[in-house]
Design a protein around this ligand. Structure first.
Ligand code: PLP
Length: 439
């Protein structure tokens, strides 16, 4: 029995149930139950969140092992630093120059004192990358989505959004109080029916929100078909291209460039926390919309600007994407090589961007698998229940341009061994349980 079950008097009680029941608990009780859950994870050596990294963000990192307390090297397959730019010399030089010239930070929001010439330069550059008139910069991708939704959308509007949309977009919807309906992931037929059913509304605008590259599965939204559909119904298409920018398209412009529809995407959101390797976010679109957002997106107005160091780093990353197209090529080669090797193991993976999801079969213990990956020195992120339904649990492999063929071989080798061990173990568990029931 786990301590969390013990605490609840031995009931079969999982984290999801705890969250539901927690609504009726006082804070002290909620935190105590959750504390017991965390202690259980630690006791079983399954607490692999918050692993402390002590080196630069690279293809190999140094991590403090939560079990032994010792520092050890691990191959990084869990970072969104897709082009490996976090340690690129050009980015480091530009960041240092900005630090010396502008100081450590700006000490205020953009509408007051926090708007430097570098911020303006980056806005204009991002607008060019996205084929838009203008852009504005937020302190994170999360803030960009919340600011975009709460700044533009209102109660008289209607939003149709993909069921796999990121939490930041969903939180924006809740905060804005805008009527919103989900359509099944990438189900354009359902979206079409929803647009048809709501056609001819007298008031408000209709928005359709998708991600260029979906963050969990790495699959793409068909922006060519979506932009046609939205145009036909007069709906405003909003694309979160967090994982597409700097990864897709001949020039790394993103998912719209990949589909050749840059001109047809009215509003694009992006982050600096993936390919650009720092933090921050942006929205690009028509100038009147961007001007309006500067005064109506509270996440922009009431939040301090990013430091010039981050801004200079993103500008330098854009230079590298332009000047070293071979990085994109390496990334794509690595993704295709990893996918081909994983298919040899029987995984049905056909990645189009830099994310490869490994679905965990029902009955396989994802926490045991995580521990084995960790023990084998492979850093991957597990997406576990209750964050997703049991049937959708997965490991999310992120490929970088700087991974070597040997890194990928090592990853695939470990995946094969982890799967073999966990499947055997889960089969033994099932056998043992059946035996117990039969006895
Ligand atoms: C699709 C998507 N949108 C938005 C965000 C939020 O971006 P950030 O982490 O830069 O705040 C993320 C981050 O994981 C994301 O995956």
């Amino acid at each position: 029995m786990t301590r969390e079950q013990e605490y609840r008097g031995g009931e079969n009680f999982d984290l999801r149930e705890m969250m539901l029941r927690g609504r009726h608990m006082r804070l002290a009780e909620r935190t105590e139950v959750f504390g017991a859950f965390l202690a259980d994870l630690q006791e079983n050596q399954e607490m692999l969140h918050l692993r402390c990294v002590t080196s630069a963000a690279d293809r190999e990192v140094e991590v403090i092992d939560p079990v032994t307390g010792q520092t050890r090297p691990m191959l990084m397959f869990g970072s969104n630093n897709y082009l490996g730019l976090a340690t690129h010399p050009h980015l480091l030089v530009r960041a240092q120059e900005a630090l010396v010239h502008y100081g450590a930070g700006v000490g205020g929001p953009p509408l007051l004192n926090g708007y430097t010439a570098l911020h303006r330069e980056l806005e204009q550059r991002l607008a060019r990358v996205k084929g838009a008139d203008d852009a504005l910069i937020f302190s994170s991708g999360y803030a960009a989505n919340v600011g975009l939704v709460t700044g533009l959308m209102q109660k008289t509007d209607l939003v149709f959004y993909d069921a796999y949309s990121h939490a930041s977009f969903c939180d924006g919807i809740k905060m804005a109080g805008v009527p919103a309906q989900q359509f099944a992931h990438n189900d354009l037929a359902q979206l079409h029916r929803m647009l048809e059913a709501n056609k001819g509304r007298e008031t408000g605008d209709t928005y359709v929100a998708v991600e260029g590259v979906y963050s969990m599965d790495g699959d793409l939204a068909p922006l060519d078909k979506l932009s046609d559909l939205c145009r036909a119904y007069g709906a405003i298409l909003v694309v979160d291209d967090a994982h597409g920018t700097g990864v897709l398209g001949a020039n790394g412009g993103g998912t719209a460039e990949h589909f050749g529809v840059e001109e047809n995407i009215p509003i694009t959101m992006g982050t600096f926390s993936k390919t650009f390797a720092v933090t921050g976010g942006f929205v690009a679109g028509p100038k009147p919309v961007i001007d309006y957002l500067r005064f109506f997106a509270r996440a922009y107005m009431f939040s301090a600007s990013l430091s010039p160091v981050s801004i200079a780093t993103v500008l330098a990353a854009l230079d590298v994407i332009e000047q070293e197209p071979e990085r994109l090529w390496h990334l794509r080669q690595n993704v295709q090589y990893a996918a081909a090797r994983l298919r040899q193991l029987g995984f049905d993976v056909h990645p189009e961007a830099a994310i490869i999801p490994l679905r965990v079969p029902e009955g396989m213990d994802i926490r045991l698998a995580s521990r084995l990956f960790h023990e084998q020195g492979i850093f991957v992120n597990s997406i576990e229940y209750p964050a997703v339904p049991i049937a959708q649990q997965r490991f999310r492999i992120s490929i970088m341009a700087t991974h070597t063929g040997r890194d990928i071989d090592r990853l695939v080798d470990v995946v094969g061994r982890v799967w073999a061990t966990c499947r055997t173990t889960s089969q033994q568990d099932t056998d043992a349980r059946e035996h117990l029931h039969a006895a």
